[in-house]
Design a protein around this ligand. Structure first.
Ligand SMILES: Cc1cc2nc3c(=O)[nH]c(=O)nc-3n(C[C@H](O)[C@H](O)[C@H](O)COP(=O)(O)O)c2cc1C
Length: 217
C-alpha cells in the first residue's frame, strides 16, 4: 500500500511547521482571539466516556511563572512565552465526579437521569474499580489527548508551543495549590511565538519511517 501523501494537505504543512520551541520571542503577545481558539480546542478534546478528568490552568502571572521555571530546570520557555498552559489531571475519580458529569449530560441533552442508568453503571463499573494509581494514570492519558489537540490547533494558527514534561510535578502542585484539589500536574505547554534566534526551527524532523511506524494487516 502506498502511504505517501499525494494531495497537498495544509494540515500536514502545519504539522511540519510546528516544532518544540526552545526559545520564545519575549516581546510578542498572543492575542485574545487566538488564545480563545486554543482553549476551545482543549475544551473540545475527546476523552474516555467524555469525563474530561482534568483541569487546565492558564498562567500569565510572571511571579508564578518564575517559581515554576525554577521547578522546571530553568527552562526559559516558561517565562519567555506570554502564557503557560498547565494540564492537571484528577488524581482519583469519585462517584460524585461521575454523577456531576451525568447531571451535565442530562441537562445538556434534556434527558432524565434514569435514561442514563446504563451509562452510569458502565462508567462507575469501570473507572471507580481502578486502583488509585491506575485512576491517576488513566486521567493523565486523557489530559495528553487535550495536549495533542492544543499543539495541532496552535500549529494551524501559526502559534508556537512546546510540550514539556521536564519539571518537578510535586513542586508544580505545591506552587499551584493543586494537592488540596485532588489534582496533579500532568504536562505543560508554553504558547506564544518562536524567537528568530531559535535554531531548532531550522532542524529537519527526525521521525521513524512509515515502514517502521505503521503496520498494515
Ligand atoms: C510529553 C512531552 C514532553 C516533552 N518535554 C520537553 C521538555 O521538557 N523540554 C523541551 O524542550 N522539549 C520537550 N519535549 C519536546 C520533544 O523533545 C519534541 O517534541 C521531540 O523531540 C520532537 O521534536 P518536534 O516536536 O520539534 O518535532 C517534550 C515533548 C513531549 C511530547
Amino acid at each position: 500500500m502506498n502511504l505517501e501523501v499525494s494531495t497537498k494537505s495544509s494540515y500536514i504543512e502545519d504539522l511540519n511547521w510546528r516544532y518544540a520551541t526552545k526559545k520564545f520571542d519575549k516581546n510578542k503577545e498572543l492575542n485574545q482571539d487566538d488564545l480563545n481558539v486554543l482553549l476551545e480546542s482543549i475544551q473540545l478534546s475527546a476523552s474516555s466516556y467524555g469525563l474530561q478528568p482534568y483541569e487546565i490552568i492558564v498562567i500569565r502571572d510572571m511571579e508564578t511563572r518564575e517559581k515554576l521555571k525554577a521547578a522546571a530546570w530553568n527552562q526559559t520557555q516558561i517565562t519567555d512565552a506570554p502564557y503557560l498552559i498547565v494540564f492537571s489531571n484528577l488524581k482519583s475519580v469519585s462517584e460524585a465526579y461521575v454523577d456531576s458529569y451525568l447531571d451535565n449530560i442530562a441537562e445538556t441533552r434534556n434527558l432524565s437521569r434514569e435514561a442514563l442508568k446504563g451509562m452510569e453503571d458502565m462508567i462507575k463499573g469501570t473507572t471507580l474499580q481502578l486502583s488509585a494509581d491506575a485512576q491517576n494514570t488513566w486521567a493523565a492519558k486523557q489530559a495528553y489527548i487535550a495536549l495533542g489537540n492544543l499543539l495541532s490547533a496552535a500549529a494551524s494558527l501559526k502559534v508556537d508551543t512546546c510540550p514539556m514534561e521536564g519539571f518537578d510535578a510535586a513542586k508544580f502542585d505545591e506552587i499551584l495549590g493543586l494537592a488540596d484539589k485532588n489534582l496533579t500536574t500532568a504536562v505543560i505547554a508554553p504558547v506564544g511565538y518562536r524567537s528568530e534566534e531559535d535554531s531548532y526551527q531550522h532542524l529537519t524532523k527526525v521521525r521513524k519511517s512509515k515502514k517502521d511506524l505503521i503496520e498494515i494487516i
